[in-house]
Design a protein around this ligand. Structure first.
Ligand SMILES: *Cc1c(COP(=O)(O)O)cnc(C)c1O
Length: 418
């Protein structure tokens, strides 16, 4: 089911024609569907519930818009945050501190203190020294910080190198071979309630096999830790489930993931924690754009749109594919390159792609832009910061304003000695 579908020849978001949003808000603009977010949140919960006692922490970095976070809070999700800024967003959206997991390979002392101040539910430790620093900070305040140790299971997630996180050469977690010794040293510290382990092997995973391999390894580690007398009550299995970007892509469903998790973890006797991001947000948003020019070329023509790499960085960052669809479809097709106005050849969304026929002034969308889209936007080339809209049935709200280049410039100053 898709909440971005044509009605009477015009693409809608739920019941709102995208032509209306383009006219009233302008382009480029991200458009999200509340219904899709809620359906994905429900499907993921139902999938994981097959595995027993669970805690769901939406990975905020995928889409941190406050309205999106409010939807996730209403759906009973906590948050996985990787900075104090994300933590403040989760709290502002109404998530309970106890439901927040603080991840991230470079948490500063200030961030650890902010997490302790807020009373967040769990710190995911990335190295031994972070654990001893956190323990000391907590002990000084008379607190015991709930924490788990993130382990790098050294499995190949089979995804793009830039979003792979569970290989030995990646910066994340402690080597699985060192995990027991580190746990032995950290667990006795006064300021820590070291209660389990965590993994997250990468993003946009298309196969359950590497996840299963990682979970099996983590299960063996849990058994070993228990054999040494440690009390293990929580295992954080991270996020990473991928979503289809191409129309013919096939991905494992949350139900299939949940069934595998249930099988692999059936004897663990812990609270299983999950940090889904993309699988919730990816297909809940599109980037609505307008064609500026169709420029003839030696080869395929260039469709120059008003969205660019500063609005949607994924194609430039990791060669990501985003389906491009005209808002008003004629049924005619053409082969073209699609690019934005930014002065870099990397600002190209597609090469040699068969697409709907478009001409200047036409509207189109990049699909599957709800995750790692607006949140990665910048103002490069002194472009405005892209706005966001949330649709709910036949109504919509602007949930993030377009921030003009002049506003950004307003935060700069020329010193009087120039
Ligand atoms: C990015 C990230 C996630 C979410 O990954 P998705 O692929 O979006 O599900 C979860 N946990 C951690 C620690 C992350 O860094």
């Amino acid at each position: 089911m898709d909440d971005f579908a044509p009605k009477n020849g015009v693409l809608h978001a739920e019941d709102v024609p995208l032509t209306r949003i383009a006219e009233e808000v302008g382009t480029p603009v991200y458009v999200y569907s509340r219904r899709t977010f809620e359906r994905h949140a429900r499907a993921f919960r139902e999938g994981m519930e097959q595995a027993g006692k669970i805690h769901l922490a939406y990975a905020i970095k995928a889409n941190p818009n406050l309205a999106v976070l409010r939807i996730m809070a209403n759906m009973g999700y906590g948050a996985d945050v990787v900075s104090v800024g994300e933590m403040r967003r989760a709290l502002a959206a109404g998530m309970k501190p106890a439901d927040i997991v603080f991840s991230g390979v470079g948490k500063t002392v200030m961030e650890l203190e902010a997490g302790l101040d807020a009373g967040i539910g769990q710190f995911n430790l990335e190295l031994e020294e972070e654990g001893s620093v956190l323990a000391a900070l907590a002990a000084k305040r008379g607190q015991r910080a709930p924490a788990v140790l993130r382990v790098n299971p050294d499995v190949d997630a089979g995804t793009h190198a830039k979003i792979s996180t569970g290989k030995a050469e990646n910066k994340f977690g402690v080597a699985i071979s060192d995990a027991v010794a580190i746990f032995d040293r950290l667990a006795p510290l006064d300021g820590l309630d070291l209660r389990g382990v965590a993994i997250h092997i990468g993003s946009q995973l298309q196969s359950l096999a590497p996840l299963e391999q990682a979970y099996v390894r983590i299960g063996e580690l849990v058994a070993e830790l228990r054999a040494r007398g440690h009390r293990i009550t929580h295992v954080d299995l991270g996020g990473g489930l991928g979503v289809p970007y191409r129309p013919d892509d096939v991905f494992p469903s949350p139900a299939e993931l949940g069934a595998m998790v249930a099988r692999v973890t059936k004897d663990w006797g812990v609270t299983l924690m999950f940090e889904p991001g993309r699988v919730i947000a990816g297909n809940a948003g599109v980037l609505l754009t307008k064609v500026i020019w169709v420029k003839p070329a030696v080869g395929d023509p260039w469709v120059i749109v008003d969205a660019a790499m500063n609005d949607l960085a994924r194609p430039a960052l990791y060669d990501a594919f985003h389906d491009f669809v005209a808002v008003e479809q004629t049924g005619e097709r053409m082969v073209a390159n699609i690019a934005g106005p930014v002065c870099e050849s990397g600002d190209t969304f597609a090469k040699n792609r068969e697409i709907d026929v478009v001409e200047s002034g036409d509207l189109a969308i990049f699909r599957t832009a709800g995750a790692y889209g607006a949140t990665m936007a910048s103002t490069y080339n002194s472009r405005a910061l892209v706005p966001e809209v949330l649709v709910d049935g036949d109504r919509y709200a602007v949930v993030a304003d377009r921030i003009a280049a002049e506003t950004v410039m307003g935060a700069e100053r020329v010193p009087d000695w120039l």
